[in-house]
Design a protein. Structure first.
Ligand SMILES: C[S@@+](CC[C@H](N)C(=O)[O-])C[C@H]1O[C@@H](n2cnc3c(N)ncnc32)[C@H](O)[C@@H]1O
Length: 275
């Protein structure tokens, strides 16, 4: 552990959700929402993220013709092991058939346990997009199904599917997430059949279930690849969609019908089938 870590305090005057999308998609470390913005922490300097936020803000102002005040303050602080502090803040939770718990907490004898030790990859089950994806997995994944978890983060969704006896592959563009998914699968005595760094376009296989909890923009960019990965009667679980982008995302999935829509707070999860 290093002696110091860096904390970037970001304040934005408006459109906080667009900045959240940007951070969600660009930074491999987690960030925390504060009342007027975000806090990003890392053992490395955060100059690149600060620069990216400034560029994004400039582009956004031009695109929408509004002035947005952005303030980024980076500070170097003594390292009290923030990962450990973050880990301690994670409590177990039940989502339908599943019980997600860190390894230092007891299992629940009545549910299907998923052990996840929170680390740098996204996915402890506490975010509504992960929780809704798990609900969909709990309902639609059947024993023996082939599943791909696109944007696996901590691996939680794929691990959930494996716990239901599906055969699961996973991928993520972020190498830290791939590593963390492998570690978390091992914690559950499971193994992804295949897991790779990159997106689903790197596989030509077809799956019974394709699950992707990624931000709306990415779900539009990779819409073709996600649909191509589906077997004829396959089910596509799309999550990570802020409700205001739902119709934009659906515009890229016009050849699919909605079989279920789960909404929690401002987050929407869509369960789709090809028409
Ligand atoms: C919101 S996290 C979801 C993590 C986990 N699946 C969950 O549900 O909690 C989104 C993940 O998608 C990954 N990602 C972003 N764009 C991607 C792409 N085009 N293909 C695959 N993964 C991508 C990110 O690196 C991140 O780990």
């Amino acid at each position: 552990m290093q002696e110091y870590y860096y904390e970037l305090v970001v304040k934005v005057s408006s459109h906080k959700e667009l900045f959240a999308d940007f951070l969600h998609d660009t930074i491999p470390v987690g960030f925390e929402e504060s009342e007027s913005g975000f806090i990003v922490r890392s053992e490395d300097e955060l100059d690149t993220i600060m620069w990216g936020l400034e560029q994004f803000c400039e582009a956004l102002q031009k695109a929408i013709g509004e002035v947005i005040e952005l303030e980024c303050i980076q500070q170097k602080l003594p390292n009290s092991d923030w990962v450990e502090l973050y880990q301690k803040s994670i409590t177990p939770l039940a989502i339908d058939k599943f019980y997600i718990h860190p390894t230092w907490d007891e299992e629940n004898p009545d549910l299907i346990n998923i052990a996840i030790d929170p680390a740098l990859a996204f996915g402890t089950g506490h975010h509504p997009t992960t929780a809704s994806s798990l609900k969909a997995i709990s309902k639609y994944v059947k024993e023996g199904d082939s599943v791909i978890d696109v944007g696996c983060g901590s691996g939680i969704l794929g691990i959930g599917a494996m716990k239901l006896n599906a055969v699961v592959e996973a991928c993520d563009t972020d190498p830290v997430s791939v590593e963390n998914s492998i570690v978390n699968a091992k914690l559950n005595n499971l193994k992804f059949t295949k897991i790779w760094e990159g997106s689903c376009s790197l596989s030509s296989a077809k799956y019974d279930i394709v699950v992707a909890n990624i931000v709306a923009d990415v779900l539009t960019f990779i819409a073709k690849d996600l649909k191509n990965a589906l077997k004829d009667n396959g089910i596509l679980i799309l999550s990570g969609i802020l409700d205001k982008y739902e119709s934009k995302v659906l515009g890229f999935y016009k050849d699919c019908e909605i079989i279920e829509r789960i909404a929690v707070d401002e987050w929407v999860t869509l369960i789709l089938k090809r028409k």
